[in-house]
Write a protein that binds this ligand. Structure first.
Ligand SMILES: Nc1nc2c(ncn2[C@@H]2O[C@H](COP(=O)(O)OP(=O)(O)OP(=O)(O)O)[C@@H](O)[C@H]2O)c(=O)[nH]1
Length: 290
């Protein structure tokens, strides 16, 4: 490969972009202490880490969701967001008595217009919160586009997993208040979209959230975390099965006929396992909407 090809393949990033992704990849607890929500639980060894993207249209409440998740506060409707959380935050969560760190990263809508940003962000994360504003039809439409673009950004790797959760934010209109009249997307439409993003036997769900009241905000990340653990376990099992089948096949090449090499047989068996677990997910990736 020539230098020019290499340059084309690699991302050309501005200093600010480099800083952003570097911070994202090397975010150590010491850096995050100032912005991490203080927990009273004693320090325990980490069982793992989840890297989660938070995407959505301008003003749908991405920073507010992160501020609620990491600091358990809300700056107030119409107020500028807490700048400490504009690009992401980090927080520990507990799943089945184990402690995990969530690295949550926000991509600004301006960054979404540049394809390489989203591609790179998807490549270094395992899951995304697709947020929309229940008072904005446009934000709901954008979420569908984002889903499509994430699919395109996912690397062609049969073992890669990527989980999604839909979040219909600002679902805090009081029945008697003006806000409820502002709602443009019903809860039913949210459920419908979530199931269309899944399909087959893939579990489809979504949550309506409110960064203002805190409703379901923690749940978004807990659900994603639990789903990622399941996906990791499944990937591991598939890998083990693939290794085993590969070894088996190497010793019995005669049994597979002319058109099926041991490698192909292994590939099909792995696919069989994934399909059995998740139904007819897209061919290239396993995308789960929890
Ligand atoms: N009522 C209500 N207002 C919210 C909620 N979440 C965010 N807001 C308000 O919506 C506005 C935009 O919130 P942000 O968190 O800045 O939205 P964002 O998606 O990060 O915006 P960009 O970074 O510009 O893309 C702010 O005025 C928030 O106070 C919510 O759950 N309920």
């Amino acid at each position: 490969m020539s230098d020019t090809d290499e340059e084309r393949d690699s991302m050309i990033l501005s200093d600010e972009e480099k800083q952003y992704f570097r911070a994202l990849l090397a975010w150590e607890p010491s850096n995050a202490l100032t912005i991490m929500r203080k927990r009273s639980a004693p320090e325990r060894p980490l069982a793992g880490r989840f890297r989660v993207l938070v995407l959505g249209s301008k003003g749908c409440g991405k920073t507010a969701i992160l501020t609620r998740f990491c600091k358990n506060s809300f700056t107030g409707e119409g107020q500028p967001p807490d700048s400490a959380y504009e690009r992401g935050c980090q927080r520990r969560i507990k799943i089945k008595d184990q402690i995990y760190v969530v690295d949550a990263l926000e991509l600004a809508p301006s960054q979404l217009s540049e394809g390489h940003y989203l591609r790179h962000a998807v490549a270094i994360t395992e899951a995304a919160v697709l947020a929309y504003d229940v008072r904005s039809r446009d934000s709901f439409v954008l979420v569908q586009e984002l889903h499509q673009r994430i699919q395109e950004a996912l690397v062609v790797d049969e073992r890669q997993h990527y989980c999604l959760i839909l979040a219909g934010n600002k679902a805090d209109g009081d029945e008697d208040s003006r806000e409820d009249g502002d709602r443009m997307v019903t809860e039913g439409e949210g459920y419908e979209l979530a199931s269309s993003l899944g399909g087959g036997r893939t579990r489809c769900a979504f949550r309506e959230t409110s960064a203002r009241t805190g409703e379901n905000v923690d749940n978004l990340f807990l659900l994603l975390g639990a789903e990622l653990l399941k996906m990791r376990q499944l990937t591991e099992q598939c890998q083990e099965q693939a290794d085993y089948t590969s070894m088996e096949a190497t010793g019995q090449t005669n049994g597979y006929g002319l058109n099926k090499s041991p490698k192909k047989v292994t590939k099909w068996r792995v696919w069989g396992l994934l399909r059995r677990a998740f139904g007819d997910a897209p061919r290239k990736t396993v995308v789960t909407v929890v």
